[in-house]
Structure formats: C-alpha cells, structure tokens
Design a binder for this molecule. Structure first.
Ligand SMILES: *[C@@H]1O[C@H](CO)[C@@H](O)[C@H](O)[C@H]1NC(C)=O
Ligand SMILES: *[C@@H]1O[C@H](CO)[C@@H](O)[C@H](O)[C@H]1NC(C)=O
Ligand SMILES: *[C@@H]1O[C@H](CO)[C@@H](O)[C@H](O)[C@H]1NC(C)=O
Ligand SMILES: *[C@@H]1O[C@H](CO)[C@@H](O)[C@H](O)[C@H]1NC(C)=O
Length: 549
C-alpha cells in the first residue's frame, strides 16, 4: 500500500508553498513594489466611485463559515467596505490553516478546473488535485450564501453591501473585480498568521474571554496537517497554536487600500469593531433575525416544515445531535491513555519530531482517513469493544437526562400512565417496521397531548448511522430511556419527505448528493423549530440554534 514517493512529493509542494509565502505575500504591502503594472483592468463603477472591498479565506463546516461571514459583516459595517463573499462550501471541508495554505486550498477548489484535470488524467500530479483529490470531487460543493440567507436585508437595514464571488481569485486576482488588481491596492491581513498584523491581545471582558478560549480550543483540535510543517515559515507560533493577536478597530479603519484581504475570519476576537450603538444594534440583530435562519432555499425549507409538522409542530419536540465519531475518538484516546500509563515510551510529543517524520505521519493519517471512508462507517464503531461502546452510549443517556429541564426529566423517568403508548411499549419498543414506527410516533404525540404535556419527544441526528433505530446495541440505551426518539430515516420511511427532496431545486446542478450535503442546513432549520436543542459534544452550532429560538 505504501508509495514511498508521495511523502517526498508532499514535502516539495509544501516547500513550494513556503517559498510562495515568503516571496509573494510581502509584495502586497505597498512599500516593496513600484507601481509598474500598466495593464490593470478596472471595473468601471468601482473606478469612478471610491468603493472599497474586503474579503476573507473560508474554512471549516457550515457553522464556522457562517461565523466568518458574520465577522465580515461586522467589519464591513465598521469600515464601510463592500464584502466580496466566497461561496459556502458544503460536505468535505478543510480546517484552519495559515494564510498561504488557506489561500492555496481556496484557489484549488475550482470545480471546473478540477473536473478538467481529473478527466484529462492529470489528477495524480497537479497541485490542485493534490489538495482536492479527484476521488473526493463529489464529496463537496459550493453554493451561494444568498440561496440560503436574505442578504438584501443587510443592505436595507444597515447599508451593508455584499457581492458574491464567482470564481476563486482573491487579492490581486480578485474575480469579483475582474482580476488583475494593482498590488498597491491590495492589503493582506491575518492576525493569526503574521506577527506584524496586530498586537498581542489583552482580555477585554468575560464573554470575549470565554469565546476566545473556545476559539483556541476549536482551532487546536482542527489543526490541519499542513500546519505543523509550515510552522515558522509564516511566523506561526511554535507552540502549535495560531497567533493570539488582535487588530484594533482604529487600525482596521486606517487601512486605505481598495481591497482588504483577510485570512481566516472564523474567530470573532481577532478583529475588533467599535462598541457604539450602531454596532450594538447590528450585533443584536445578527443574534436574532438578521443572517440567522438559512430558510431561503425552498426545497430545504419545505422539507424542514414537513418534518416539524410530523413531529407535532413547532416546539412540540426536542432535537438531539450526537457526534459518534467524536465520541469514539475520545473513547479510544482514553483507552490509549490508560494503556500508555505503563510504558513511558508511548508518550511522545509530535512537535519535537523532525520534519520528515511528520510528513510521513501525515501521509499515514491520510491513508487512515481514507480507510475509514472506504470501509463502512460502522467499522469506526466496531473499533471499540462492546463494553466501551456500551459505556459510551450510557454516558450519552446521562448527558441528555442531565440536560433536560427537571420536570421533563421526571416525566421521562416515570412509568407510562394508561395510554396508547403504554399499550404499544408493552408490545415492542424496538419494533422497526414502518407501521410500528408510525404507530409509535402517533402514540407519543397522543401521550404528550392527552396525558403528560412535558413528555419528551426527540428528533435524533447522528453522523454515522442513518437508521439509528436499527442499531439497538448502539442506541438501545437511549431509546429505552426516551422511546419517543425519531430520525430522518423515519421521515423517509413514513413518506414525510422523499429521498429526492432536493431534486426540484434547479440551481443545484453539481454532480453531488445534495440530500447529504444539504443535510446540515435541514438539521439547523429543524432544530430552530424545536423546544430544545442539545448536542454531544457541544460545538458553536448550539449558539447558532439558540439565536433562532
Ligand atoms: C461608504 O462607501 C460608499 C461606497 O463606496 C460611498 O458611496 C459612501 O459615501 C461611503 N460612506 C461614508 C460615510 O464614507
Ligand atoms: C500583515 O502582514 C503582511 C505580511 O507580513 C503584510 O504584508 C501586511 O502589510 C500586514 N498588514 C498590516 C495591516 O499590518
Ligand atoms: C464529528 O466529530 C468529528 C471528530 O471530532 C469531526 O471531524 C466532525 O466534523 C464532526 N461532525 C459533525 C457533523 O459535527
Ligand atoms: C390499552 O390496552 C387495553 C387492554 O388491551 C385496552 O383496554 C385499552 O383501551 C388500551 N388503551 C388505549 C388508549 O388504547
């Protein structure tokens, strides 16, 4: 299986990146280049007006990309710049990385170009396909933010202008402005990558402190494999974290270049905006009804409404998200820790390792990831022994029970009173037939309506098993405690939504499984209509769902 030439190839590519970083980035700063480029193309409007722009390099899942655009909105408002918004990437995504790596990832994800390379058989050697392998071309796609959110509202309420970028040119190659921008007109800023951008942050208030730690923890756990290798070449701190620097709002406003190109904007604290009443109003609205609910795509909204209705309507059910991969990971890590206690040699700091060793390890990591994809998702769960699985799922039940309001917890714990539900559960609580599941849902709603209005009904989302009710050894404990637990597969089975529910949306033309890729958006809408939302482990999604209710 091992191809010994690939690590070397990686190394070369990465060195190339570093060189690009060192040679290319400084050329954006105004001092180093004479204005000797005569053939600059201008868009005519932009030339006559003094319109200024900002953009950023996206990364992360839906919630992280959403946070990036929220921050861009805040900064655009502060600096009176027009946002050039990169598209929203769905499906397989990349984590945080230093500026030049994010930039390369972004440039690489041009589907047209990738399709050309992959069909021409250049898929194995080109830098683009190294970053976006042909094999995973259909695991991700890009859609416009305006297909999910009402961006006009930003302009109506606050005069904030957003242009959605076609193409993947940024900085001097800005696609949204017709490419070829004078380097003197472009300023690159990334406080997490460049030491000279911003100052070490001082803690301002408690909320910010909490979110900064959250951001750091998040970033640490998402460190892209390229990061370690690039360490040093961009002034990324040697402790393995992104730089903790902050750019003050007066500095932000003082930047005069026509195009302001940020790196990551996924962490609020890095760029300060003023705390005046205009910003406060914007902030308040953005945690209430502005750029909060992704309900502009008719098929997604319709599907969510059907499901919410079937689950008893708005506020009648609760939503539970369980990330099994993440639970399995921490469970195996725990097991390894216990094993390592005996042998000191097993404890080994990656950061101390020589470069070549890290490259090889990255290679192995990638292969391991591909294995996980190729072998079924179930294999991940089978990696744990039965006892570990059992205790893992019991802890899920404990966490859920601990989260729900006490009166609801009591309702869940009491024996059923005489009812259709009691009669059904006496028969078979894990009846998996469509008829069985429909009857159970009806009996649950009936119970809630007539017997105990606090009785919890759950809509369960998990990342590994599309039909959770078919895995009693995984979800049995949960469903015993909360028999009224349903999932999207129930909705398919009962005909509430059709497996092709995305099919009629004509703008969805990429050759991908939109049912899967739009799933997280559908889940956000459903959770927004729920009585309560709980996820294990918690992520910033909880905050986003909180804003919708
Ligand atoms: C904000 O930018 C717009 C577009 O460039 C411009 O027309 C307007 O005068 C600017 N407003 C302020 C207060 O500078
Ligand atoms: C940020 O760092 C880059 C790279 O060193 C530099 O070109 C740019 O001028 C800096 N921007 C600011 C606002 O300091
Ligand atoms: C679940 O956790 C894994 C590992 O931490 C992470 O890579 C993945 O993105 C998470 N999935 C979701 C849907 O949040
Ligand atoms: C439950 O079953 C009992 C005995 O079969 C029956 O008398 C009763 O009517 C049933 N209750 C409901 C609500 O269906």
């Amino acid at each position: 299986m091992k191809r010994p030439n690939r690590p070397l190839f990686y190394l070369l590519i990465l060195i190339a990146f570093s060189v690009i970083t060192v040679v290319f980035i400084p050329s954006f700063s105004s001092s180093s280049l004479p204005p000797d480029q005569p053939d600059i193309i201008h868009t005519s409007n932009a030339e006559t007006s003094n319109e200024k722009y900002l953009s950023y390099l996206p990364h992360g899942n839906f919630v992280e990309q959403h946070e990036s655009l929220r921050n861009a909105i805040r900064i655009a408002f502060e600096t009176n710049r027009t946002i050039i918004a990169p598209s929203l990437r769905l499906g397989k995504v990349h984590g945080w990385a230093p500026f030049s790596v994010l930039a390369k990832h972004y440039e690489a994800q041009d589907k047209k170009e990738l399709h050309r390379l992959c069909t021409a058989g250049e898929g194995s050697t080109h830098w683009r396909t190294l970053l976006e392998p042909c094999a995973t071309l259909n695991d991700w796609t890009e859609i416009k933010w305006s297909s999910l959110f009402d961006l006009d509202e930003l302009n109506k309420r606050h005069g904030i202008r957003v242009i959605e970028r076609d193409g993947h040119g940024w900085g001097t190659e800005e696609s949204a402005l017709g490419g070829r921008i004078d380097p003197l007109d472009v300023m690159v800023v990334d406080t997490m990558t460049f030491f000279n951008n911003g100052t070490e942050w001082e803690i301002t208030d408690e909320e910010d402190t909490a979110s900064s730690w959250q951001a750091l923890n998040w970033a640490q756990s998402h460190l892209n494999s390229f990061r370690n290798i690039l360490k040093g070449s961009e002034g990324v701190s040697t402790t393995g974290k992104p730089l903790s620097r902050i750019l003050r709002h007066n500095k932000l406003r003082a930047i005069n270049e026509r195009v302001l190109q940020f790196g990551s904007l996924a962490f609020a604290l890095r760029y300060e905006t003023s705390s005046d009443s205009r910003q406060a109003t914007l902030r308040l609205q953005m945690s209430k009804d502005l750029f909060v609910v992704p309900n502009k795509m008719p098929v997604v909204t319709a599907a969510s409404e059907e499901i919410v209705m079937k689950m008893g309507g708005k506020g009648a059910f609760s939503v539970l998200h369980v990330n099994l991969s993440s639970l399995v990971q921490s469970e195996s890590r725990y097991a390894e820790d216990v094993k390592a206690k005996g042998s000191e040699a097993a404890v080994d700091d990656v950061i101390e390792k020589p470069l070549e060793e890290i490259v090889v390890e990255n290679e192995e990591d990638l292969e391991r990831q591909n294995d996980v994809r190729a072998v079924s998702k179930l294999a991940l769960l089978n990696g744990l022994n039965a006892d570990a699985r059992k205790s893992m799922m019991e802890s899920v039940v404990l966490q859920v029970s601990g989260d729900i309001p006490i009166n609801q917890a009591i309702s869940a714990a009491l024996p059923f009173k005489p009812s259709r539900l009691l009669n059904l559960t006496n028969v078979d609580v894990m009846d998996q037939s469509v008829r069985g599941r429909s009857e159970l849902l009806e009996a649950c709603l009936d119970y809630k309506q007539k017997v105990d209005r606090l009785y919890p009904i759950y809509y369960l989302v998990n990342d590994l098993l599309p039909t959770p009710e078919a895995y009693p050894d995984i979800f049995g404990a949960l469903m015993k405690m909360f028999p009224c637990t349903f999932s999207k597969s129930d909705m398919f089975q009962m005909g509430v939504i059709n497996i092709e529910w995305t099919g009629s949306q004509t703008e969805l033309t990429d050759n991908v499984d939109y049912e899967e890729l739009l799933g997280p958006i559908l889940d956000v809408l459903i959770a927004g209509s729920a009585y309560s939302f709980f996820e294990i482990p918690q992520t910033p999604l909880t905050r986003l769902i909180g804003w919708q209710r």
